[in-house]
Design a protein around this ligand. Sequence first.
Ligand code: UD1
Length: 335
Amino acid sequence: MIVLITGGLGFLGSHICVELMDKGYQVIVADNLSNSNIDVLDKINLINGKKPIFYNVDVCKAKDLEQIFTVHKIEGVIHLAGYKAVLESVVNPLKYYNNNITGTLNLLELCKEYGVNRFVFSSSATVYGDQVSPLHENMEVKRGTNPYGETKIMIERILEDYSHSNKEFGVIVLRYFNPIGAHESGLIGEDPKGIPNNLMPYLTRVANGEYPYLNIYGDDYNTIDGTGVRDYVHVVDIAKGHMVAMEKMKNGYDVFNLGTGRGTSVLQLVETFKGVNNVEIPFKIVDRRPGDIAVAYANVDKASTLLSWKAQRTLEDMVRDSWNFQLRNNVNNLL
Ligand code: UD1
């Protein structure tokens, strides 16, 4: 099967490339390198012994994107390309609406024109807003709490409407919880450009001495130790989730949570990281981050029942692999 992965050199995309190529898929990547690095192609080659076919293309440029569809007989699309920084989306909402929505519409137009009827979309637990966990796919999705989240909700609705209009079309929306960890080789992982917004890449840089301490955003939530609780899930498990979604897809629209079903607090994650990796993580408790919620973890029964997908890797695996990637990255940067 020939699959196009947009944003395929990013954190999730690179791991999905590895899983799909390992299973014999032919993978084409469209990525404009806005938050990823071209070196990832060589890293994938080191892991798999082959590279995906790469196009440096912005999904917002329809004509450029179309070139890929004219050259390759694309059979499925995994759409990850998009901006994802919450605070930036509040400051610059038009940038987010423009990029995330335009890119998706361009892709769908091309899927329609070239008869591509298998589509997996990268959504987020953020669409649930502040509801009581465990979060279930049947819960109502209301307005997004920020423009980034709103683009995810809008795109879910666009996909659902399109699937109603085209009975041949199959789409699976995957709502990720908090992907962390890295490939066990340490060759690919999360390496955001600039100061990381998310907890794990910030934490590994503190462990690495790049930042003096971790800011923990609030210890007065109604949780086990007052810090925020999230459902951390290993990126390799998430990548495998995309493969089964592609394989088991039926016509029509469907939505699945990808998480472990377990909540972990910030302090619990920090303690696990320290214990497993034997490194110090200095931290300071600071004010809550605006827009954060206390608790978010998944109900994962649907993916387990209908996709036979379950996260296999433990929190210990996640913190070990995240740190291993950081250490390997240090070595690579010296070469
Ligand atoms: C965040 C986004 C979410 C998005 C996801 C994408 C916000 C409010 N939410 O999820 O919409 O889908 O990233 O990856 O940005 N924390 C700290 N110190 C830090 C960073 C985070 O204490 O330096 C805490 C947070 O308060 C939270 C937990 O760590 O309790 C996880 O934060 P993060 O990794 O940013 O993920 P989310 O906020 O769950």
